[in-house]
Design a protein around this ligand. Sequence first.
Ligand SMILES: [Zn+2]
Length: 229
Amino acid sequence: MAKRNGLIEPRLFSYRGVKAFFSTSSFDHKPDNIAKTVNISKKNVYLPLQKHTSYVHILDKDMTPVIADAVVTGIKGILIGVQVADCVPILLYDRQRNVIGAVHAGWKGTAAGILKKTISVMQREFNSSTWDILMAAGPSIRQCCYNVGADVGDAVDSATGKGDYYVKRDSLRFIDLSSANVKQALSAGIPGENVWQSEECTFCDPDRFHSYRYAKDKAGRQGGFIMLE
Ligand SMILES: [Zn+2]
């Protein structure tokens, strides 16, 4: 992959046969440029219409964008991705069955278990084994900055179970959605050594990342992208 400024490549995914990267705000997110990063034409970039759903789209030959917050495909040469500003972009790669996934996990998606649903789709439709699935969770808002009310906290908690991905301070809860999703992946059977997690917080570093909580409606989007070669 051409080295470009503004990209983060999860080292765990440096396999032959797959290209995976997360972007930062300095990356040019125009479809032409996203496509150029992996030397394909922009008609082979597939981004779903994200609506904080828990719908997982299985991409076949039809490239029409549909409403979904996760995409799974086994087709080579198609870059799939999700766009985020604070929410967690998650990439999945089954290195045995050659299947990839991209997941947008905000609090709603995390509470709805969208990552677990995506893993189930890989198992059911592509015969994936969780043992073979690699996972990368990209930059997102972290526990330091993501305070939520009890309703959001309880919703994420009931989908994830108890854990140190959240702390209570006074009446507020500080949640780490990235770690909540890692916990969900581990409980679905993905081995810990198959998981890569960015340590960065999008709110702490507004020069480098788009953050919805920081910039509100002015926030742009970065993303997570993956392609089978
Ligand atoms: Zn932070």
